[in-house]
Write a protein that binds this ligand. Structure first.
Ligand SMILES: Cc1cc2nc3c(=O)[nH]c(=O)nc-3n(C[C@H](O)[C@H](O)[C@H](O)COP(=O)(O)O)c2cc1C
Length: 368
């Protein structure tokens, strides 16, 4: 097949030019070409999609610098980046607030690139405009939804869980044995829901880069003991023995709540996937300047092909013999982010039929 790079064959340069022009004319993105050799780098070509996007006619566009799309909103920091890229003759992608002829705002994902002649001199710039207003709007709605979830759902849910907890432990007086079982089930489900809401909120923080660490000196033994006590009921219900092996006297500088969260995720997962009557070992040891945490179970193990997917968001492996287990599928993705924020690494060693060891390694002092 002949390509556009083989002009000597049946492709005449006229024909190629015609095709190139038609392609640019038909593109759904705005495309402009400017001439930096002329004063103020004016537009010398704009395709129909650019007119459609901005509402300006060809006569109003050609001969003008693209900045007319900024209206009075010309103090955006991204505009300075565009100016430097043009001055240095390099390409750039950025997002600008632009305004149509009728004054309505649109978010312009703009990419510009220099066009060189045979000597390497910049003779033109090409700009491609992508209207991402709909995407921005849906991001805003999602953000609003998260803050609605956090306020409208989490607060009453916490109070339901706290009240059920008090009833369950007998603080509100004796409850008939038939009702006790129901209260315990309601409490467990309220806890599950709250965990799901917390996972979603953490995940959102993670995506927007707002998951911050509050670091202090942490004793591994204290953390592991606290995690095991909070999971003791879950382990007992699943008839699983959880064994603690602390082989360190060192402490580390970390966010104890977040490390607790990682351990809870790993151990709760291990409990979820382990057969009744089996054992889980939680081991901690120091090696050089880092602390190694490992959660080993006697569960079904994980196939090689599934290992890399494990730490992806919303991921749960199919388990051949059981129904999908409850959970948001976010726990491991969140754990990975927490460990990496500390400058550590997380992973799994496992073979099908031989159980799994989920481990993470944290530096004794996180990198700043
Ligand atoms: C090829 C090309 C396309 C451009 N497209 C746009 C655009 O769509 N919207 C916009 O606000 N600015 C666009 N600009 C940037 C402006 O033309 C101008 O370079 C920018 O406002 C910085 O320069 P100034 O500080 O002199 O205004 C484009 C620039 C080039 C070279």
């Amino acid at each position: 097949m002949e390509t556009m790079n083989e002009p000597n064959k049946s492709w005449h340069s006229q024909e190629r030019l015609k095709i190139l022009e038609r392609a640019v004319q038909s593109a759904r993105n705005g495309i402009v070409i400017t001439d930096p050799k002329l004063p103020d780098n004016p537009i010398v070509y704009a395709n129909p999609a650019f007119s459609e996007l901005t509402g300006y006619s060809q006569a109003e566009i050609v001969g003008h610098n693209c900045r007319f799309l900024q209206g009075a909103d010309c103090n955006q920091s991204e505009i300075a980046e565009v100016r430097s890229a043009i001055a240095e003759g390099r390409s750039l992608m950025t997002i600008l607030r632009n305004y149509r002829k009728d004054g309505t705002l649109f978010w312009n994902e703009l990419s510009i690139a220099p066009v060189h002649d045979d000597e390497g001199t910049v003779i033109n710039f090409i700009g491609v405009q992508n209207d991402i207003t709909a995407r921005k709007e849906s991001d805003r709605r999602v953000s609003e939804f998260y803050s609605m979830v956090s306020h409208e759902l989490r607060t009453p849910l916490s109070s339901v869980r706290a009240s059920l907890g008090l009833i369950d432990e007998g603080s509100a007086g004796d409850i008939p044995s038939g009702a006790k079982r129901l209260v315990t089930i309601a409490l467990q489900n309220a806890e599950r829901l709250l965990k799901l809401v917390d996972d979603i909120l953490d995940f959102k923080k993670m995506e927007t880069g707002n998951l911050d660490l509050n670091t202090a000196i942490v004793e591994p033994d204290i953390i592991v003991t606290s995690v095991l006590s909070s999971l003791s009921q879950l382990a007992a219900n699943a008839d699983i023995q959880v064994i603690k092996q602390i082989n360190t006297r060192k402490s580390l500088c970390a966010d104890s709540d977040r490390i607790l969260q990682v351990l809870i995720n790993l151990i709760a997962n291990a409990i979820k996937f382990s057969p009744r009557g089996s054992r889980i070992t939680v081991a901690v040891k120091d090696v050089g300047k880092s602390m190694h945490f490992a959660v080993t179970d006697e569960g079904p193990g994980i196939a090689e092909k599934d290992k890399e997917k494990l730490f992806l968001k919303f991921h749960q492996l199919d388990s051949s013999d059981t129904r999908p287990k409850p959970g948001s599928g976010l726990g491991l993705a969140i754990s990975k982010t927490i460990v990496e924020l500390h400058g550590g690494t997380i992973g799994v060693d496992s073979a099908v039929g031989n159980g799994s060891t989920f481990w993470f390694i944290l530096p004794l002092v996180p990198k700043s």
